[in-house]
Design a protein around this ligand. Sequence first.
Ligand code: UDP
Ligand code: UDP
Length: 460
Amino acid sequence: MSDSGDLQVTHVALLPSAGMGHLTPFLRLAALLTAHNVHVTFITPSPTVSLAESQSLSHLFTTFPQITQKHLHLLPLDQPSANSEDPFYYHFELIRRSSHLLPPLLSSLCPPLSAIITDMSLVSTVTPLTDSLGLPNYIFFTSSAKMLTIYVSFHTMLGPNHEIEDHTKVSGLEQIPKAWIPPPLLQGGNNLLKTFFIENGKKMTESSGILVNTYESIERETLAALNEGKVLRKLPSVIAIGPLAPCTFEESQQLAWLDDQLTGSVLYVSFGSRTAMSRDQIRELGDGLVRSGCRFLWAVKDKKVDVEDDEKLIEVLGQGLLERVKENGLAVKNWLNQEEILSHPAIGGFLSHCGWNSLTEALWNGVRILAWPQHGDQKINADLVERIGLGTWDKSWGWGEGEMLVKAQVIAERVREIMGNKLLRLQTDHIREEARMAVGDGGSSTKRLYALIETWKRVQ
Ligand code: UDP
Ligand code: UDP
């Protein structure tokens, strides 16, 4: 039966960072906690970088009126030079520089907070503030447990000139090829991503716990190494709570074209919310998809930030390619509800950059992946895709970031291979089952989440 703590409201604040890759798991976590009777205050750094973020936030608050919204109004930076960096990383920095606005906001909340859950990119600035308030601060790491091992050890891998040493060895785990490390981390000198990794990575030890959107059966060894102190001594508990289920509040769309396709026949092609390919690569890709002879649904993205992506499809693809695409596919140049697409019976494969959310959505729906990592954590994720049998990765394609032009013929071959691979179908069915078991009744992630909520009840 319920103990006296159950009578009180457990109140937790969530503080996400910039970009859909960081926001989406926070939205899902907010919905999950709400379903478990935790009162959630969702802090929204404003303004957002992309339209996709502001729209997703408004869906959240419309669907869950019981969630409290608080704005963190971002202050402009006095050093505009930082603006030459990636717009999303620049925004991380804006949030970090505005974080002194948090303490009055947090202490004004009623009932008082049991904990705050902070995005991984904000650890080093938020931790001293929550410490001064005596507020438990949990970090939500929005990528894989494997990426977390790099995050917490990166500062130990650097030589005297702040350059990464030849060996990218995370203690307790096998060597990670240098070619898989996010390229900005390998550059000499400083850049925002590198600074974030160093500063936040060091401070992770001071948090109350680290939540990761992953689960035992896909990252058992890595989670064990982290929790047994093999990666870093004194790391707080790493709590696998995933895969976070997609939420029904994510807007529904009509895609009559997809409804008309045969079961499992369509390859969905998308590189996430913030990856724009070069025009040349977009056209090679389109040519490759047409040549593959497979049916495909292709989300074309020409600019990193959606509000700037205003050229028409015909301008990006050219008249000739646009006509050929229509022979066996559909190309669109707008935001698609990816979760709805991946759960559609017509979808049989996913050509993906392997953003961590895309990967978890694919396994949730048992959709096989043809991996084409573009930047950031995506090669580490693509490696996991191969290891767990979720799909294939042609390493010779390199990074998408202009490293090389992958030709249409090669793309067509890989697409045909993945769509014709029957073994993968069996494996992905199994992966889907395990993913759902982890967050089902008595599942490993469900148990961890319950234990966490109990801990919060005790601090009230
Ligand atoms: N997404 C979507 N529609 C799009 C592009 C992306 O719904 O047209 C969603 C996708 O389902 C995922 C998130 O945006 O939940 C992107 O996160 P991910 O980690 O996959 O990659 P990122 O965009 O951060 O590179
Ligand atoms: N990242 C990180 N800490 C930061 C900023 C970024 O660990 O402070 C990671 C991020 O999750 C991913 C990689 O660096 O592993 C690329 O960054 P980002 O997530 O912004 O790119 P995205 O996944 O959205 O494409």
